[in-house]
Write a protein of this length. Structure first.
Length: 222
């Protein structure tokens, strides 16, 4: 069954209010660095105490021991999912996988805000976004990660080639890309193979976030 993850890219009060307003719906909550920094780890406990899953989106990218320590702490706080950049390389990914006992590690491939111009600017040597995303997804699989984060454009191929759990951000009800590129609607993303879609602004900027969440769920759940 596909999952909907609500990105809590908000201040502490609004974030907790949004969580509490969506408790009766089957959603996962995503906590990023700004919310974690402003609320502290208690935000994870707040969500877990209400029986919901937490996706801790820290997008770790550091030396292996530093990443391993962060994985252990995230796990002890009860995070269900945790992101690490696949571009941090094989050694980091392997160390992170070996450290993770329960937390599901997700490898970020290329951010959905990145396109061919990013690859050219940083001279990564890939000929296309798709080639980069597939390569990084295969690396994540080889190193034992649970899943990957990629766009709705590449998710079909990633799923076919890796079979990993796939997380797709950059999802829009209509096309209004803001700073996201390679955007898809919820139903397109799921049809293409997304196991979890991530949505933020379209939900929390709406005057009635619960109505938007119900709408998205009705589009993606069988
Ligand atoms: O507001 P919007 O729906 O664009 O939210 C996108 C969320 O997805 C943000 O929290 C962002 O950090 C996250 N994300 C992303 N691209 C990735 C991984 C995560 O946009 N590759």
């Amino acid at each position: 069954m596909p999952k909907l993850c609500v990105a809590l890219d908000l201040g502490p009060e609004e974030a907790l209010k949004l969580v509490d307003s969506l408790l009766d719906l089957p959603v996962v909550f995503k906590v990023g660095p700004s919310l974690l920094l402003s609320c502290g780890p208690s935000v994870i406990k707040h969500i877990k105490d209400r029986g919901k899953e937490v996706f801790l989106d820290l997008k770790l990218h550091d030396i292996p021991t530093a990443v391993a320590r962060a994985v252990s702490v995230a796990e002890s706080l009860g995070a269900d999912y945790l992101t690490v950049h696949t571009l941090s390389g094989p050694e980091v990914l392997e160390t992170a996988s070996k450290t993770a006992l329960k937390v599901k590690l997700l490898g970020v491939t290329l951010l959905t805000s990145h396109g061919e111009d990013y690859l050219e600017a940083v001279k990564l040597g890939f000929r296309s976004v798709e080639e980069a995303v597939l390569h990084l997804s295969l690396l994540a699989k080889e190193k034992g990660l649970y899943g990957v984060v990629c766009s709705g454009e590449e998710v079909r191929k990633v799923k076919e080639k890796t079979g990993l759990f796939t997380v797709v951000p950059g999802v829009r009800l209509k096309s209004s890309p803001e700073d996201q590129r390679r955007v898809k609607t919820p139903e397109e993303a799921v049809r293409n193979g997304a196991d979890m879609i991530v949505m933020g602004r379209e939900i929390y900027k709406d005057p009635n976030p619960k109505r938007v969440v119900e709408d998205v769920l009705s589009r993606i759940l069988p």
